[in-house]
Design a protein around this ligand. Structure first.
Ligand code: GLN
Length: 375
């Protein structure tokens, strides 16, 4: 008896595995392939010889928690209480799961935008909640009227991803204001704001929920050092939430992981003293522009990319196949791996869109683009 009968293996696992089998360039699952900052690896090497190998306190390594508070103040002007409002998690994925487990109960409705990151819906189902999918508009803006119409006394949570995976869309000030109006009208709804790509944004300014008083008092915000510092395998992220919500989340966290890998937490804590998050967006903007310029000579049509390290493209001019089949053939015949966008939808659609990750060194991007331009 399955608890998730209609959920299979995550598309990221499937595509990365297939990419490895066929020795394809892996632009599917989102992770960087360039070396991490040597200053960070030096910190790890030194710390490995120090006394940082036992459990940290449940909520996280205290110096890291203080630095998260400092970063939040610097980036967003928000003062967070390190004692009660921050939790270090085993990646944002665990933070999101833990939040949903702690807050969503039997038959609670959770609004999930469509398309959305693949973990939200199974997380809600495992809490016996009811996922309510609201389609985004064709240009990936949010139809707030539809969101509002879906809200009722059973709605426990709205989940947003900003910047959005897979589309790279960033919520505008008008979007944020409309969301505020909905939360004002429905005082029991909690907001889960997945902001793991908060430091990878381009022309469009990212407005964090951290900067909005009404929202942040009702929100759990998920962040990711994996994304920000190019160390996705370290699985270190964090949550920020008001004390009462965080108290409930910590109850689940303590029995799920208890505490997060100590060496990684200590290393990130030191690294935060010497690195600036302001470097991340210009770094990825160059990669985005470079990859887009290379692909402009191909038959793929480039969709806008306002943030994240993902570029969505249409292959309408190339094939009529569905996107899963197309991605498989892209690996077997052209040795490049991508993610089919239909997998982010509740019901798969014939959109003929796929997602490439451009968090790669330039040589990899060039090699991949060369193959893609031949199709
Ligand atoms: N967030 C990553 C992506 O969108 C995947 C992470 C994972 O595989 N769990 O590609």
């Amino acid at each position: 008896m399955s608890k998730l009968p209609h959920i299979g293996t995550s598309i990221f696992t499937i595509m990365s595995k297939m990419a490895a089998e066929y020795n394809a360039i892996n632009l599917s699952q989102g992770f960087p392939n360039f070396p991490v900052d040597e200053r960070l690896t030096e910190i790890v090497a030194r710390l490995a010889k120090e006394d940082v190998h036992q459990y940290t306190p449940m909520a996280g390594y205290p110096p890291l928690i203080s630095k998260i508070a400092k970063l939040t103040l610097q980036s967003y002007g928000r003062s967070v209480d390190p004692e009660t409002e921050i939790l270090v998690t085993t990646g944002a994925t665990q933070g999101i799961f833990t939040t949903i487990q702690a807050i969503v109960k039997d038959k609670d409705e959770v609004i999930i935008l469509d398309p959305s990151y693949d973990s939200y819906e199974p997380n809600v189902l495992l809490s016996n909640g009811i996922p309510v999918r609201i389609p985004l508009n064709d240009d990936y803006t949010t139809n707030w009227d539809l969101v509002e119409k879906a809200c009722n006394e059973n709605t426990k949570m709205i989940i947003i991803t900003n910047p959005h995976n897979p589309t790279g869309k960033i919520l505008s000030l008008t979007d944020i204001e409309k969301l505020e109006a909905i939360l004002e009208k429905f005082p029991n709804i909690i907001l889960l704001s997945d902001e793991v790509y908060e430091y990878i944004t381009f022309e469009q300014k990212h407005i964090s929920v951290n900067t909005r008083e009404l929202l942040r008092n009702r929100a759990v915000i998920a962040s990711s050092f994996g994304k920000t510092f190019h160390v996705t395998g370290w699985k270190v992220g964090y949550l920020i939430a008001p004390e009462q919500l965080m108290y409930e989340i910590k109850k689940v966290h303590q029995f799920l992981v208890f505490s997060v890998n100590s060496l990684s937490q200590a290393a990130i804590s030191e690294y935060l003293d010497i690195v600036s998050v302001d470097e991340i967006s210009p770094f990825y903007q160059q990669k985005r522009d470079y990859f887009r310029a290379l692909l402009s000579k191909s038959r793929f049509e480039l969709m806008p990319c306002e943030g994240t390290y993902f570029q969505v493209v249409s292959y309408k001019a190339i094939s009529n196949e569905n996107d899963v089949d197309f991605c498989k053939r892209l690996i077997t015949e052209h040795s490049v791996a991508a993610i089919p966008i239909s997998t982010f939808y509740e019901n798969s659609k014939d959109l003929r869109l796929i997602r490439f990750c451009f968090a790669k060194d330039n040589a990899t991007l060039e090699k991949a683009a060369k193959r893609l331009c031949k199709i």
